[in-house]
Design a protein around this ligand. Structure first.
Ligand SMILES: NC(=O)c1ccc[n+]([C@@H]2O[C@H](COP(=O)([O-])OP(=O)(O)OC[C@H]3O[C@@H](n4cnc5c(N)ncnc54)[C@H](OP(=O)(O)O)[C@@H]3O)[C@@H](O)[C@H]2O)c1
Length: 276
């Protein structure tokens, strides 16, 4: 949203807030879309969207899962982990924001690939969810005063892949645990998005040198031509019962600003979806 260079243009003052959406076609002059078709696209935070059909995809039903695990956040997890993280069976994969939309898919794919998976999330309830419901090998609460020790204990052989959604102190803590040749995927840095000064960089970055490690940013839009591949893999795993999806659906268009804040307060589990 902020002014300045990013991977998408800032949302202009007075413009409709950008968001992915799913719904049904209400009226159509487009040959490829008929009234009643279920679609997904960048429809924005509004009751009705007007589209020329570009970037609009037809789906079977307007289900929230198409905004999460079988949509943009699932694709982010898939390409970030597989293309940049490149985990091998038996390696240790750590993911932060682990109980969120991207993170929960990252951890589950890593389990499917035969990795040891450690999730980092805020609070004991989310940590229990990761180990008991999603099958992560361990989960560590970054808000606990014993976070550093718990992370050390959960990663006895070091960290081969770190999928970072949060940046800040959590990134610094994981940097102290890298195994030789580790890959760090910079997917996001939610702890820094609201910083009024410049975002804080990692102070433990010399660990990259010592461990011959690499840190690389990724943006899901670069993989657009390969979305069908991700969709096929993710939906296949879901059908086989190997991948669970979680969406938290809240409602009320006027509540949007406060609902957005839920992401920054850690009040969501899985993909946060606003029903309008
Ligand atoms: N690169 C790309 O192409 C791409 C695409 C999509 C998303 N992203 C990024 O991926 C990340 C996850 O996105 P998402 O949509 O899946 O959101 P999400 O993980 O569902 O929600 C955000 C989570 O971040 C955690 N969080 C908030 N403030 C934090 C802090 N100060 N320190 C540590 N954790 C904090 C909260 O969980 P806790 O309760 O655990 O704190 C919250 O639930 C974001 O950084 C987003 O910008 C990047």
């Amino acid at each position: 949203m902020n002014e300045g260079k990013s991977y998408v243009p800032p949302v202009g003052i007075g413009e409709v807030m950008r968001a992915l959406g799913t719904g049904r076609v209400d009226a159509s002059n487009h040959p490829d879309f008929a009234v009643g078709d279920a679609v997904t696209g960048v429809f924005g935070v509004q009751d009705y969207a007007l589209s020329d059909g570009r970037g609009v995809t037809r789906v079977d039903e307007p289900r929230p899962v198409y905004l999460g695990t079988l949509g943009m956040t699932g694709f982010t997890a898939y390409f970030g982990l597989l293309d940049i993280g490149r985990p091998q069976p038996g390696q240790t994969v750590v993911v932060s924001g682990a109980a969120g939309a991207v993170g929960m898919v990252v951890g589950q794919i890593a389990k499917i690939l035969g990795c040891r998976v450690v999730g980092i999330a805020g609070g004991p309830e989310k940590c229990r969810f990761l180990t008991e419901e999603l099958g992560f090998d361990a989960a560590v609460d970054y808000r606990s005063p014993t976070f550093g020790g718990a992370l050390r204990e959960a990663t006895p052989a070091g960290v081969d892949v770190y999928f970072d959604n949060v940046g800040g102190d959590v990134l610094d803590a994981v940097l102290t645990r890298l195994a030789r040749g580790a890959r760090i995927v910079i997917c996001g840095a939610i702890s820094q998005y609201n910083a009024e000064a410049r975002p804080r960089g990692p102070s433990n970055y010399l660990s990259l040198l010592v461990n011959r490690a690499s840190m690389q940013g990724m943006v899901v839009f670069d993989y657009a031509p390969r979305y069908p591949e991700a969709l096929a893999a993710l939906s296949g795993w879901m059908k086989e019962g190997k991948l669970q999806s979680r969406e938290q659906v809240v409602s009320g268009l006027p509540t949007f600003p406060d609902r957005l804040g839920m992401l920054f307060r850690g009040e969501n589990l899985g993909k946060l979806v606003l029903e309008v």
